[in-house]
Unconditional design. Structure first.
Length: 206
């Protein structure tokens, strides 16, 4: 795995999805491992983006991540290096150029796929252009994570899930989905192994 051809795709790493939040899918351990991956992304200048929840009160699960609320803010240690741009999926165009100077997040929330609308597809495909490996982690195995992984696999991106940085609202359903990912050749791994593979890739280039 090489840093320049890898994207870290994080999903709903927001306060309401963390411990003590309105819908606590992520344990403190999950959040700590996610923070380690963000530190890794900063170290190796890895491309970052993903999905966030921005709700108006109607949401999958308990009300959470309401627009403008503290619960919608990112978890400590889980802020991308580049300025984050949240893409409103109901807009026809962006105010910010789709470029490499920002980390783009799709406000598809829990239930949406990252490539349903033309704007979403444009931003999602920008995120993964030239990418061989995608590392996915965050909140909601059964929800936005599953849809993001489907979109990556359709585009033949080699996909890894850092399971110890990933939470599920329904553990039984989460295990069913993980088993399906394994059958589809998704690499179900750990944050430490992702970091080790990136370090090995950097050493190979020296």
């Amino acid at each position: 795995m090489h840093a320049e051809s890898t994207v870290f795709f994080d999903v709903c790493l927001q306060r309401d999805l963390g411990s003590g939040g309105a819908w606590p899918i992520l344990s403190p351990g999950h959040a700590q491992r996610a923070g380690e991956l963000f530190a890794c992304a900063a170290r190796w200048r890895i491309r970052q983006g993903g999905i966030v929840c921005v709700h108006d009160g109607r949401a999958t699960g308990p009300p959470h991540a309401l627009a403008g609320s503290a619960g919608g803010e990112r978890l400590d240690g889980c802020v991308p290096v580049l300025p984050a741009v949240t893409v409103d999926v109901w807009c026809d165009q962006l105010d910010t150029p789709v470029d490499r100077s920002h980390a783009f997040y799709l406000a598809t929330g829990c239930a949406g796929a990252p490539d349903e609308t033309p704007l979403e597809r444009r931003v999602f495909e920008h995120l993964i252009a030239g990418i061989r490996d995608a590392v996915v982690f965050g909140a909601g195995i059964e929800y936005a994570m599953a849809r993001a992984i489907d979109a990556l696999l359709r585009r033949r991106v080699r996909t890894h899930v850092a399971l110890d940085a990933t939470g599920s609202a329904d553990p039984a359903e989460g295990q069913r989905i993980i088993a399906d990912w394994k059958r589809r050749m998704v690499d179900v791994t750990t944050a430490a192994m992702v970091i080790r593979l990136l370090e090995r890739g950097a050493n190979d280039q020296v």
